[in-house]
Design a binder for this molecule. Structure first.
Ligand SMILES: [Fe+2]
Length: 384
């Protein structure tokens, strides 16, 4: 749930006539869970469903590969080529029925508008800077920003230099939100939460746009290309609690403890079957007897994906920024040989920045993912 916000012109009473020019504004409910979930109301100058033509677009579905045998994975995503735009260039690596994860390394800005009809999108701007245009207004985006796009958000990402953009793409089949346990009974982020409403940045509504527009509607992997007679960014006002926003990972307040603080304290978002955590620079476990590294763990109900953003990750050797590790449920993982000894006497702080995604159903690797697997990683805990 997001804070209630209101921008531009909205009538004093919902579902009432709003005169505009020679006619009236058109009210659109943008809502979840039937008519009972979080929602916003948008006021358009034209009919929002003014499509006059639709054609079949590309099939962008991930191509999964069943691995047998299955091994712990280090996906060297820095080996991927740049290709396409944010509209069609997302390179899927891991997924299941609840979540899809990949990276986009565009070579150009998208010319079309896009809308996801079957998933919420969480785009993490690892590198690159620009704006995201939506029907709610424009969001400035830069390094470290999580860009949260609820399904139905019509968007266009415009980078200052698309060749510099590196975007971690996560899509969830259910509503992505802040964890319910961070909220008071009235929905406010409480004092113990690692971020607050001031860290959540909504779009800024600008002048309405005119003219026709092309929108790519994605449902699953299939794109339908829709020609709209009237531009969907013709909105003069909106209000409500459902809208796209940005939250920068640097605004996540880490918790540290006398001994190791486990990952749930770093949780940032959740959706059905998936949690997303942010690891940011922080003090480490300050008791002189504390092990300053994470303990070895078998998180039996989760596949765990770590995306390395910046800094030095002391527990993991040979894994650099822009790479993923994928640890599968049922097997233990933890610091590699020598990491514990190397940590003794070191300063009790870390400069690591990473995004972690834990799922509660196994993740499948795509054919593309299997082409960038580091063959040495599965045996990197062995001392033989
Ligand atoms: Fe782990």
């Amino acid at each position: 749930m997001r804070s209630y916000r209101s921008q531009g012109i909205v009538p004093p009473k919902r579902h009432t006539l709003m005169a505009h020019g020679e006619g009236y504004l058109f009210e659109e409910l943008f809502g979840r869970h039937g008519f009972s979930g979080p929602s916003s109301l948008l006021y358009h100058q034209h009919l929002p469903e003014s499509q006059d033509r639709s054609t079949a677009g590309p099939d962008l579905s991930p191509r999964y590969r069943i691995e047998h045998p299955l091994r712990q994975g280090h996906l060297v995503a820095t080996a991927l080529e740049r290709t396409g735009t944010m509209a069609e260039g997302r390179q899927w690596l891991l997924g299941n029925e609840q979540v899809l994860l990949g990276i986009c390394l565009p070579v150009a800005n998208q010319a079309v508008l896009t809308v996801n009809g079957s998933a919420d999108e969480l785009l993490f701007l690892h590198e690159g800077r620009g704006v995201c245009r939506t029907q709610f207004g424009t969001l400035a985006i830069g390094p470290g920003d999580y860009l949260v796009l609820p399904r139905g958000t019509i968007s266009q990402l415009v980078f200052e230099d698309p060749m510099e953009a590196r975007v971690l793409c996560i899509e969830t089949a259910s509503m992505l939100d802040s964890p319910a346990r961070y909220r008071t009974r009235t929905g406010q982020l409480h004092e113990g939460a690692p971020y607050c409403e001031r860290d959540v940045h909504p779009p800024v509504l600008g002048p309405p746009e005119e003219g026709p527009a092309t929108v790519w509607l994605r449902r699953g992997g299939l794109v339908t290309i829709i020609e709209l007679e009237h531009h969907p960014f013709d909105v003069l006002g909106w209000d409500g609690s459902l809208y796209p926003y940005t939250f920068n990972i640097a605004d996540f307040e880490p918790l540290a403890g006398r001994v190791h603080v486990p990952p749930p304290f770093h949780q940032t978002f959740e959706a059905d079957g998936v949690v997303v955590c942010s690891f940011v620079p922080r003090q480490l476990d300050w008791d002189p007897e504390a092990n300053a590294l994470p303990y070895h763990h078998s998180n039996l109900d989760s596949d765990e994906v770590l995306y390395y953003v910046d800094g030095t990750y002391a527990a993991r050797r040979g894994v650099g920024r822009g790479s993923f590790t994928h640890h599968v449920m049922g097997l233990a993982h933890g610091p590699q040989p020598g990491a514990l000894e190397a940590s003794i006497g070191r300063e009790r702080r870390t400069d690591e920045v990473a995004v972690m995604l834990d799922t509660f159903a196994p993740l499948l690797r795509t054919e593309l993912a299997t082409t960038i697997l580091d063959p040495a990683y599965p045996s990197s805990w062995s001392t033989r």
